[in-house]
Design a protein around this ligand. Sequence first.
Ligand SMILES: CC(=O)N[C@H]1[C@@H](OP(=O)(O)OP(=O)(O)OC[C@H]2O[C@@H](n3ccc(=O)[nH]c3=O)[C@H](O)[C@@H]2O)O[C@H](CO)[C@@H](O)[C@@H]1O
Ligand SMILES: C=C(OP(=O)(O)O)C(=O)O
Length: 416
Amino acid sequence: MERIMVEKSPPLKGTVRVSGAKNSALPILAASLLGTEDIILEDVPKLKDVDIICEVLSSLGSKVEYLDKGIIKINSRDINKFETPYELMSKMRASFLVMGPLLTRLGKTKNSLPGGCAIGTRPIDLHLKGFKALGAKIDVDHGNIGAYAEELIGDKIYLDFPSVGATENIMMAAVMAKGETIIDNAAMEPEIVDLANFLNKLGADVKGAGTNTIRIKGVDYLGGATHSVIPDRIEAGTFMVASAITGGDITVENVITSHIKPVIAKLKEAGCQIYENGDKVRVIGGPNLKCVDIKTLPYPGFPTDMQAQFMALMSICKGTSVIIETVFENRFMHVDELKRMGADIKIDGRSAIIQGVNNLMSAPVKASDLRAGAALVLAGLVADGVTEIGNIHHIDRGYDGIEEKFAKLGAKIYRV
Ligand SMILES: CC(=O)N[C@H]1[C@@H](OP(=O)(O)OP(=O)(O)OC[C@H]2O[C@@H](n3ccc(=O)[nH]c3=O)[C@H](O)[C@@H]2O)O[C@H](CO)[C@@H](O)[C@@H]1O
Ligand SMILES: C=C(OP(=O)(O)O)C(=O)O
């Protein structure tokens, strides 16, 4: 089993370029099932999750070619399957995003129900509510979920929660439905906007992405396009926290700073110096950072995908911090691991109370999910000794070249 070893490192310094966003690349790759001409995607991150969704596309009959670094060509003209293999679906939750495109393109789709994972139960009721509103019949048997519709017809859909995945899946189903679909209380994440821009390049008519009302007028045909995936705001935030926690001086490149406002605001509140310059953000950490309170919320609130990394930072800041997780009901699995490294954290329901300590110490720890893994890498950079992180397949799902990028900044990190 591979592990990542992180030694206590000097303050990290230098420049790092973030890759394309995992959470944009995955829905856009799923949406490429809708186009009937060549699609070229650029700045696609090199990740396990990307490989898996590409395998899903190939299994459905799409032609997928990896061209240069970060460039993938897809042609889905001849897709001929409406069912996805269980082995692939069970590996990654986001593969469920093929359901909307298959339903609208083929009129039917059958997939295994995505499992829950370490961060919560993650139901899909809102995705299904949307498909039903568009006229699909849904059935569940033996762990598979089927959706069928001779014709999808646009409707008004109110989401009880602005779910990212449900907004994306419904948007993709609606692009070729008859008439207009309006999604109210839609998710407003930048990745939704990126998906909408991509769909529009294929010939769709999607308006309002980035606000809480998205209007989609169905079209009969979607073609091809060339599209660059937006930068990964969570990877950017992770390197910014790395600078903060090590008292370093890192410039993060390829950032859309408006996408990371809450991260910038909270790092400033903690005492970091931050300089924004075009698509670059320079973060100077400090030895005397102070604890700040955080509440995760859907965009534009503080991202749940940065919660674990901030908790690692708060563990060694001065004072007490309260972190409230409102998006997922069980996203504190990193707490026990950070405690093994000497952090002082108490959980009370959806709140974590962190009392900053002077030092963390190394320990063998396990990544319970992707961002928990990132938090352990960050903690390892400042912990005395060598931290050994297991279950790193979670980290590989979402960080493109993590050791190389950290090592280039001066971190003592390697894989065994
Ligand atoms: C591939 C991808 O883009 N993943 C991101 C996406 O996940 P994902 O799309 O799964 O997250 P959602 O926004 O759907 O989930 C948010 C909350 O809504 C609940 N919910 C969701 C759907 C549903 O049908 N019913 C329901 O109750 C979930 O259980 C969770 O508590 O957004 C999350 C929230 O920003 C991020 O943490 C993930 O990194
Ligand atoms: C939870 C995450 O991703 P996913 O939805 O793919 O599990 C994440 O990126 O932190």
